[in-house]
Design a binder for this molecule. Structure first.
Ligand SMILES: [Zn+2]
Ligand SMILES: [Zn+2]
Length: 281
């Protein structure tokens, strides 16, 4: 299933109404969407949602820290990160940390947020507006410290390319592809909790296999395939005469984690979740 977990409407600072936003994502072939207005739960029950799963959500602000809560039932009252996460979980939801770079979050800030599902590794609107959309470094430091954290690509759509902003559209720029048993919200949430998804700005990850000491990945045509791990471990593969569509990495055993990034000719990236390596004792 294809989806975007972070979006805004006229109920906060977005330019599209909730129904316009849903129509936009349905037209884009999305299977699910979470509407996450600032400190407000937008009602999705009354919206036309045939063919798309709408997860009720909210972007909770605690100073510079923005937390995206989705699949919740009620507006979140808590104003402390741990309380927000607890409250969201008690409602059947999950929480991710929005745009760490844009928020100027330090690693200490991130380490203090316990129990969230992951961080936004790519936030399209933050990249388009102020060039602060990526959080690869934040992600790798957390992973190097042994914090199992998933990476999410999102649009955080506000304008959808409408005129007043005079910049490229922030629609359809970052999304996740989730492997589900069935196309419903229960199955979707179960897969998200297990990290059974990848994030992308366009490239497709067509296969991922771990066998003995080898990690193999298959993708849509790529310029670079990177296996990223802690410190100086990992490896990159560059396309020479023709684009790459697969690569393999032989693990040394001391990586602790490996995640894969694909980059296509246009500079668009895709990210797998980390593969956790227990190592040889
Ligand atoms: Zn935000
Ligand atoms: Zn937002």
């Amino acid at each position: 299933m294809k989806g975007n977990l972070h979006s805004h409407t006229t109920n906060s600072d977005g330019l599209l109404t909730p129904s316009q936003l849903v129509l936009l994502y349905k037209t884009g072939g999305y299977d699910f969407l979470s509407i996450t207005d600032h400190d407000k739960l937008t009602d999705v029950e009354s919206l036309e949602h045939e063919g798309i799963i709408l997860l009720p959500g909210e972007e909770v602000s605690i100073g510079k820290l923005h937390l995206v809560a989705f699949n919740i039932k009620r507006e979140i009252e808590a104003k402390d990160p741990e309380e927000v996460i607890k409250e969201a979980e008690s409602q059947g939801g999950e929480v991710i940390v929005a745009h760490p770079y844009w928020s100027s979050l330090t690693i200490e800030d991130l380490e203090n947020i316990k129990g969230c599902l992951g961080i936004e590794v790519y936030n399209a609107t933050c990249e388009i507006s102020v060039a602060k959309g990526y959080a690869n470094v934040h992600w790798d430091i957390l992973l190097s410290k042994g914090r199992i954290t998933y990476g999410f690509a999102v649009d955080d759509i506000h304008a959808g390319g409408l005129i007043p902003y005079r910049r490229p559209s922030d629609a359809y720029k970052g999304w996740i592809m989730v492997k589900v048993k069935e196309k419903n919200s229960e199955s979707l949430m179960e897969s998200l909790r297990k990290g059974l998804f990848y994030s992308t700005m366009g490239p497709e990850i067509r296969g991922l296999q771990v066998e003995d000491e080898i990690i193999r990945v298959k993708s849509s045509p790529a310029r670079v395939i990177s296996f990223i791990s802690r410190n100086g471990l990992g490896k990159r593969f560059f396309a020479y005469n023709k684009p790459l569509t697969e690569a393999a990495y032989v693990m040394k055993g001391s990586e602790s984690y490996v995640r894969i990034e694909i980059e296509d000719e246009k500079g668009r990236r895709a990210w797998t979740n980390p593969i956790i390596i227990r190592g040889k004792e």
